[in-house]
Write a protein that binds this ligand. Sequence first.
Ligand SMILES: [Fe+2]
Length: 204
Amino acid sequence: MKGTIEALRVMCEWAAAQDHDASRGYQQILDRVDWSGPRHEVKPKPSPLADACFKQTVDLAGDNPLGDLGRALYADRDTLEWFTMYQSYADDARVDRLNDNYIIVRLAGPRGGWYAEDLTTAITIQGPDTWYPPHAHRQKEVYGVIGGRAEWQRGAEGWVERHSGEIIYHPSGVRHETRTRDEPLMSFASWIDHVHLPSLFVWG
Ligand SMILES: [Fe+2]
């Protein structure tokens, strides 16, 4: 993971230097990660979705620091521990497809191999034709598109198609959702502050 963590640091420096409302969040990642080295080993755990989509999202990644992060992660692919999310909604048909088509790898964070204080950093893969329904959380959130295409909606704003190299900011409590069409999506995602609190779907 050393190459991936170095690519994470370089990407955050690049994003923090932009004139963007996500930039402060990227600076907070730089400030709070213990870059001196891992605190514990991560146990590799494969994923059928990664087997199906990971290479394609890397091939779709642009020539930018977010794309570099995706390529570094792919080089570390045999060491990754993939997680699914929202298992507490396992009996809700509205999130069935998301549960089967959305996975994450933790990078630096309270429970990642590298430690970070009260923020999480992760890489996500969202399979094609998959809706990540509207949800909200107390945490501020920054995203970055690594590879593939998706549409994003934030608050009352309309749907916007996002591409590799774009960074995105979700303020605390603001509802947001993401949907993929024919391509899978690989993205970087970080929660900042109050990371022990849950994310809740907001229906209707
Ligand atoms: Fe979110």
